[in-house]
Structures are given as structure tokens and as C-alpha cells.
Design a protein around this ligand. Structure first.
Ligand SMILES: [Zn+2]
Length: 251
């Protein structure tokens, strides 16, 4: 990400990938959120209200980047791939359309965190991880986010698979747990829904793109080396990742 110059915040036409992730999924409602909105904050009380939300969001982001093993592993992996991520430059807490919780702005190489919808540290951890997987894909490969639906599908499959979005706890919280509800089905559904939340494709096109690339993208666990099933598991994956680096460095 560092290799790219983020555009100015008034850079005009910025295409972006903002997506709905959370928490009202239990209601099955998917409203669209495609743009980074500018909040019209004119009243002093509103300014302090938004500053408070921003401050809280930035504090949770700091905790996620410093303590969450998923995020730490992804940051290290990006550094190794030549994309150093800086908290102040590549993350932005913003007021979003109330239906999205975060997004990856590919043109600005920036992860947007929605200060008005991210309510807890665990949600922040998950959103940061999900978006960092997109950023990692952006760093390691030439992803055509805007014209190639299969590229987008692949990254959404990986983000849903590896970020904990489809962990058992989250599935239970969303009342989606059932014998027929396998991890794989959850990943497929979420990938399709993420595509539909950010692009005006038909459901059929989104589903076909996900199915076409599912096998290879679902089995691509980089940089984790496996699907981390829990925070503890992510810790081990992080340890293995660091050891892997050490091993390569000694060759
Ligand atoms: Zn996504």
C-alpha cells in the first residue's frame, strides 16, 4: 500500500469499495453503501458528537492493530510483500451511511472504518481483519476491483473465509447455525452479499462469479497458512508465520 500515493481527500472521483458487513445481518437486510459520504456537520454539538465517535473508533483501531493476532499477521505479511501499512495514513475512521461498517478504498489504498456503526472491539477486530485481507490481496496481486467481478469475488471469498466472519460464534449470533449451515455455505453467501453490497451486479452474476472461483480462492489461505478458527488459532498462525520468515531468512 505504501507504494501508492493516497489521493487527496478532495480528490473528486474516487471509486471505492464500501461494504456492509454487520450486525443486522440477522434481519437479512442489505442496503447499499457505495460511497464515502461527507457528513454535513454544522452545529457545534454535532461536531463534538462526531469527534467523540471518531476518537472511540481510533482507540479501538489502535487496540486491534496492536493486539489482534489476525491483524498483526496481516500487517506483517503486507510488510514482507513491500506494502508497509501506517495507521494514520492507511486507515480512516469516518461517518458512513448507517448500513456499512467498513470498506477498502482501492484507489486511495485506504481502509475506511465506520465510526457510527462499529460498536465493539470484537466488531472492530473483525472489520479490520476483513478489510486487511482485501488490502493484502491488493498488495500482492493486480486486482481489478472495478471491472473484473471474479477478482472481487475471490477477495470476498478469502475475506469471509479467513477473517472469522463465518466463525461458529458469529454464526450463532446471527441465528444462522444449523446442521446444514456449513462454514463453506456461509463463506459463499457472504461473498455473494458483499459483492451485491458494493456493485450493481445482478445476483446471478455475483453467484456465478463466486462459484467459478470458489474452489481455488476458498483454498487459498495466504498469509495464514490455514483457516484460523479462533483468536488462539490465529495466534498460532501468527507464530508460524514469523517462524516461516525466520526459516526463509536463513536459507
Ligand atoms: Zn469484503
Amino acid at each position: 500500500m505504501a507504494a501508492e500515493q493516497p489521493q487527496g481527500r478532495d480528490g473528486g472521483r474516487r471509486s471505492e469499495v464500501l461494504e456492509k458487513e454487520e450486525e443486522n445481518l440477522a434481519y437479512g437486510e442489505f442496503l447499499e453503501g457505495r460511497t464515502r459520504k461527507r457528513q454535513n456537520i454544522s452545529k457545534p454539538w454535532m461536531q463534538s458528537y462526531f469527534q467523540g465517535l471518531k476518537y472511540k473508533c481510533e482507540e479501538m483501531l489502535k487496540v486491534a492493530l496492536e493486539n489482534n493476532p489476525y491483524a498483526k499477521l496481516l500487517l506483517d505479511a503486507m510488510k514482507n510483500s513491500g506494502c508497509v501499512v501506517y495507521r494514520d495514513r492507511h486507515f480512516s475512521c469516518e461517518a458512513c451511511d448507517g448500513t456499512v461498517s467498513g470498506g477498502f478504498d482501492a484507489l486511495a489504498s485506504q481502509i475506511v472504518l465506520c465510526q457510527n456503526t462499529i460498536q465493539s472491539q470484537s466488531q472492530m477486530n473483525r472489520v479490520v481483519t476483513h478489510e486487511l485481507i482485501h488490502a493484502f490481496d491488493h498488495c500482492r496481486a493486480h486486482v481489478d476491483w472495478f471491472n473484473n467481478v471474479k477478482h472481487l469475488a475471490c477477495s470476498e471469498i478469502r475475506a469471509a473465509n479467513l477473517s472469522g466472519d463465518c466463525s461458529l460464534t458469529n454464526e450463532i449470533l446471527r441465528f444462522n447455525f444449523g446442521l446444514k449451515r456449513h462454514h463453506q455455505t456461509c463463506v459463499r453467501d457472504r461473498a455473494v452479499r458483499s459483492i451485491l453490497a458494493v456493485r450493481k451486479f445482478s445476483k446471478e452474476i455475483a453467484e456465478k462469479a463466486v462459484d467459478d472461483v470458489f474452489e481455488s480462492c476458498f483454498n487459498d489461505h495466504e498469509p495464514f497458512g490455514r483457516v484460523p478458527r479462533s483468536r488462539g488459532d490465529a495466534k498460532y498462525a501468527y507464530r508460524d508465520f514469523r517462524n516461516r520468515d525466520r526459516y526463509y531468512a536463513n536459507l
